[in-house]
Design a protein around this ligand. Structure first.
Ligand code: A3P
Length: 322
């Protein structure tokens, strides 16, 4: 672990903190912009702590994403791939997902591990350790970038991610705040003022790295997982060094991690995440590609598509499935 200043914000960054550009997220919550990305102050603090102090091991697996891009699906799939024994009980009673929300298997670097301390004790984590993060590539610790640890990245059409996030927030804000109007939410999102946004820049950072080092970073798209779950799952398992030996394993894991199943489990219907206080059920909604059509006007669609196109100009990244 590296040496820590109080809360381990490097002195220069701590000084910068108050002078950082500020934006109101959905007109309500103050966000700050750091190195091109938007954070709430506590999240930035924890992210900087993780960047300074997280020592990745070569066999770690880190799941990275922007919020609402399919992270929960991967939080279920990756541990199921990594921890499988090759045998599955027919009634699924051997499945840890039965009693635990997927968050339990891939702790968040900035929302849990480094949230309250610069020196967390990770000695009881067994290898291969599994983590997740929402930070952009440039905010990963040096060892996460340079070691042989694997990074799985998932992204999604920004329009669907935005609509998913808008619903997520509306089910989680205190009733006193009322419903967050979609127009204000959309305005913020278009400016990139969204946790860890702009989503397009976030995806582009990981995409470019994945092109240079495909053995280190696997770049996945929610739409492709939905279109060809078996093919994508096999690709993921091979990337993680745990290729499937038969189709039965693939089918079983896809079923165990399916939205339909996870949504119906008691733990996910009634549980609450102890770290962020969010009801587990709000992590599972429709899981449809193109659901934005039910919430965005044609003008909103055109505006966001144009922003996305501009941001991706000159790159090979295209959102959605091919
Ligand atoms: P929708 O709101 O469009 O339904 P994240 O996990 O990054 O927060 O993303 C949440 C989105 O992924 C939500 O999309 C949610 O319904 C969907 N999702 C959650 N678990 C899933 C699963 N097991 N399979 C497919 N989609 C899932």
């Amino acid at each position: 672990m590296g040496s820590a200043t109080p809360l381990n914000i490097p002195a220069s960054a701590a000084a910068l903190f108050q002078d950082l550009p500020k934006g109101k997220w959905w007109g309500i919550i103050e966000y700050v912009q750091f190195e091109g990305f938007w954070y709430s102050a506590p999240r930035l603090q924890a992210s900087l702590t993780a960047r300074s102090n997280f020592e990745a091991l070569d066999d770690d697996v880190i799941l990275a994403s922007c919020p609402k891009t399919g992270t929960t699906w991967l939080k279920a799939l990756i541990p199921s791939i990594m921890n499988r024994t090759g045998e599955f009980k027919d009634d699924d009673s051997d499945d840890p997902l039965l009693k635990n929300h997927p968050n339990a298997f891939m702790p968040s670097l900035e929302m849990k591990i480094f949230r309250d301390t610069p020196n967390p004790d990770l000695s009881d984590m067994v290898s291969p350790r599994l983590f997740r993060t929402h930070v952009p590539y440039t905010m990963l610790s040096e060892s996460a970038q340079k070691s042989d640890c694997k990074i799985v990245y998932i992204t999604r059409d920004p329009k669907d991610a935005f609509v998913s996030f808008w619903h997520f927030m509306n089910t989680n804000v205190p009733p006193s705040l009322g419903k967050l109007p979609i127009d204000a939410a959309f305005e913020s999102f278009c400016k990139g003022v969204y946790p860890f946004g702009p989503l397009q820049d976030h995806a582009l950072g990981y995409f470019q790295e994945s092109q240079m080092r495909p053995e280190k970073i696997l770049f996945l798209k929610y739409e492709e997982l939905k279109k060809d779950p078996k093919g994508q799952l096999k690709k993921l398992a091979s990337f993680l060094g745990k290729p499937f030996v038969n189709e039965e394993e693939v089918d079983k894991i896809l079923w165990r991690c399916s939205l339909e199943r996870l949504k119906s489990l008691e733990v996910n219907q009634n549980g609450v995440d102890p770290w962020d206080g969010l009801a587990y059920k709000t992590y599972f909604r429709l899981g449809n590609v193109g659901d934005w059509k039910n919430s965005l006007t044609p003008e909103m669609k055109d505006r966001l598509d144009e922003i996305t196109l501009k941001k991706l100009e000159g790159s090979d990244l295209v959102f959605g499935s091919s």
